[in-house]
Write a protein that binds this ligand. Structure first.
Ligand SMILES: [Zn+2]
Length: 391
């Protein structure tokens, strides 16, 4: 029988004193040694040793002497030196790649990217990713000695060692050794994670989910997917950890889906489906997100307004299923959903609330993501920081 604990990424790792100190500084901001000892429960000897090592590594530094009520003697504040080391976050999407450089506190900058044709071999795309990572760091003036690693958010399940992309449903790539292909080019270690789970982690570590114990992140772009983080750890689910929200059947006898089933949520919400719906109304979204274009057009087009209402109901069916089963504290709407209007989010929350078990209703908390369309870059960076810095 599977070990229950193995359903969470990172749960098999020992929590080291270094990790305790660093995550306390990340989550709570600058702390004195006394405050850090209280937060982590570490002995004074261990605390002194760990802090000295980290100062020696230049990734934390001493600042002002402060005296806070209730903490006894004045102490010197310690904080993470955010720009002492960096990671690169990469999102490999369907037909596009985005990448950026993140500091130790998850702030991403120098964001860049490229698009690729469907049918391009994985090796070609990854070679281009590798060279862009190198160029990005060079132009930002970051030497490899300051680059801890690269985190790649991919559109499909990954292997247990987090080095391979197994089988993305919207690409014809299979079992791609992402880390093995990138590492010789970038010269630093690479870690791979399912894109939506990576975004959920980013939102948990650095965004809306900082205060919550459980966060579900729902991402709409080419398709629709969800990721769950509980107690700071990514939930892996049954097989390779994908929560396939997009493949929940919401329409009986509905359209055929790429997964082989019919009536999936994704048959209504995929970028292609939304685009076709707009075209039926004579609207060409061009390079804009079709979902955002549809919401805008529905303000003046009553037929489209009715269709948005229908879509809202179907999405609420999907979200309510997720809430009934998993009861996350916060449900974060990301990707194209982060572009939705207040009115849409309020309506969606109302319909979702009506569809969940009554006792759970008051806890339904839908929020637009704090991370924008480049949430995958933040996601990749967060996974790299977890793996290569907060250890
Ligand atoms: Zn499907």
């Amino acid at each position: 029988m599977r070990n229950k604990v193995a359903n969470f990424r990172g749960s098999d790792e020992v929590t080291t004193p270094r990790r305790q100190v660093l995550t306390a500084l990340r989550d709570l901001g600058p702390q004195t040694r006394i405050e850090l000892a209280r937060q982590t429960g570490l002995s004074p000897t261990t605390m002194t040793r760990v802090v000295a090592q980290l100062i020696d590594d230049k990734c934390i530094a001493e600042g002002e002497t402060v005296s806070r009520r209730g903490t006894g003697r004045p102490g010197t504040e310690i904080s993470i030196v955010a720009d002492s080391y960096f990671v690169v976050g990469v999102q490999i999407g369907i037909g596009f790649v985005r990448l950026g450089i993140s500091d130790l506190l998850g702030n991403c900058a120098h964001i860049d990217g490229f698009s690729y044709q469907s049918g391009t071999p994985a090796g070609d795309v990854l070679a281009q990713v590798g060279h862009q990572v190198v160029n990005l760091c060079r132009s930002a003036g970051i030497p490899n000695s300051q680059l801890l690693g690269v985190g790649v958010a991919v559109p499909g399940p990954v292997d247990q060692q987090q080095r391979r992309l197994l089988y993305p449903i919207n690409l014809d790539w299979r079992d791609v050794p992402v880390a093995d292909l990138l590492e010789p080019i970038v010269g630093v270690p690479v870690v791979v994670e399912h894109n939506v789970r990576a975004m959920a982690l980013a939102e948990t570590r650095f965004g809306l989910g900082k205060e919550a114990d459980s966060v579900a992140f729902v991402y709409l772009r080419t398709g629709i997917g969800a990721g769950l983080v509980v107690d700071g750890q990514a939930f892996l689910g049954g097989v390779h950890g994908a929560i396939e929200l997009g493949h929940l059947r919401v329409v009986d006898g509905g359209a055929r889906c790429v997964c082989g089933s019919t009536g999936c949520l994704e048959t209504l919400f995929s970028e292609d489906a939304l685009r076709r719906r707009l075209e039926r109304h004579g609207i060409d979204p061009g390079n804009q997100q079709p979902f955002a274009v549809m919401l805008e057009a529905a303000k003046t087009n009553t037929d489209l307004h009715d269709e948005v209402t229908l879509l809202t109901n179907h999405l609420a069916t999907g979200l309510s299923a997720l809430i009934n089963l998993l009861t996350p504290e916060i449900m974060v709407l990301g990707g194209a959903l982060s572009l939705a209007s207040d009115e849409f989010v309020e309506n969606l929350a109302m319909v979702t609330r009506d569809a969940v078990f009554p006792v759970i209703r008051p806890t339904v908390n839908l929020r637009r993501a704090s991370l924008g369309m480049d949430a995958g870059v933040n996601g990749g960076a967060t996974v790299a920081l977890d793996r290569f810095f907060y250890i």
